[in-house]
Design a protein around this ligand. Structure first.
Ligand code: FPP
Length: 261
């Protein structure tokens, strides 16, 4: 994607000692970066604060990450904001998160316009509280004409539920006579996932050091490079993102084939 190199250089002025923009090959920025944002609760607890303060601080990291990805010319950014399992959290925390999603989205709509960002959602958003759902719909409507980066928020998302849904849609198409069983292939499945039309992530970042996928994009991450950082999500910034991209660019991606020289 096109990007403004001068703006990017300005955005990345004053780097820390261990990483800077010159470590990055701007011609090989991942087309799709996905992030499991983890560690908000621990960040807050370490400061003697309520977990909710961690989520509020996490919104700031997300804003910086969206901006950083736009500056770098990333085509797609997706983030795991709320899983199908997260409903098991205390009701008060669930309520706060739902409220935060809605208010943040409304507040950030001007930023999305300014940066030409198009929103999409991964997951069953119709099952969300009405007020949150309405804001999400508004966000979709308002940004559908934007032609820059796609920002996909996974909310009420679970990969097994997503694949189950795709299987059900396929079964229905076969039952209706619109599809023959022998036509069910990877493309047929892919086009029925929430990510239909998006390229698979090239880079998955997980914060707070956990080494698991937590039911996230199981299909789409088949060949994705992983980068795990101990940094907690509220401490994640443009420099952490550059470290992740630098690590990604240092790898030899083989897709099951042999190593290239
Ligand atoms: C993980 O930390 C974070 C979440 C489950 C929520 C993510 C939400 C945000 C960053 C706010 C984003 C806002 C918008 C608008 C999408 P955790 O609570 O699992 O932390 P812990 O593992 O330390 O308990």
């Amino acid at each position: 994607m096109e990007f403004d190199e001068e703006k990017l250089r300005e955005y990345c002025a004053n780097p820390p000692e261990d990483v800077s923009l010159s470590d990055i090959d701007l011609g090989r920025i991942p087309r799709h970066i996905s992030i499991i944002m983890d560690g908000n609760g621990r960040w807050a607890q370490a400061r003697g604060l309520d977990r909710s303060k961690g989520h509020v601080a996490g919104v700031e990291s997300l804003r910086e990450t969206v901006t950083s990805c736009v500056r770098l010319g990333v085509d797609n950014l997706s983030v795991y904001a709320f899983s199908t399992e997260n409903w098991k959290r205390p009701q008060q925390e669930v309520n706060l998160l739902m409220h935060l999603f809605g208010t943040t989205l409304l507040k950030e709509l001007p930023l999305f316009h300014q940066e030409n960002v198009r929103l999409r959602f991964l997951g069953d958003i119709e099952a969300l509280p009405e007020a949150t759902y309405q804001v999400f719909e508004e966000g979709l409507r308002e940004t559908q004409g934007n032609t820059g980066m796609t920002f996909a928020l996974a909310v009420n998302y679970g990969s097994r539920a997503e694949i189950t849904r795709a299987a059900r849609l396929l079964a229905q198409d076969v039952a209706d006579g619109g599809l023959r069983p022998e036509d069910v292939d990877a493309d047929a499945i892919q086009s029925r996932l929430y990510t239909a039309g998006m390229p698979d992530p090239e880079l998955l970042i997980r914060t707070s050091g956990e080494l698991r996928l937590s039911n996230y994009l199981l299909w789409q991450l088949a060949y994705t490079e992983f980068y795990v950082t101990k940094t907690l999500w509220p401490d994640f910034d443009r420099w952490e993102l550059l470290r992740a991209i630098r690590s990604f660019q240092g790898r030899n991606r083989r897709f099951g084939g042999v190593a290239s020289k």
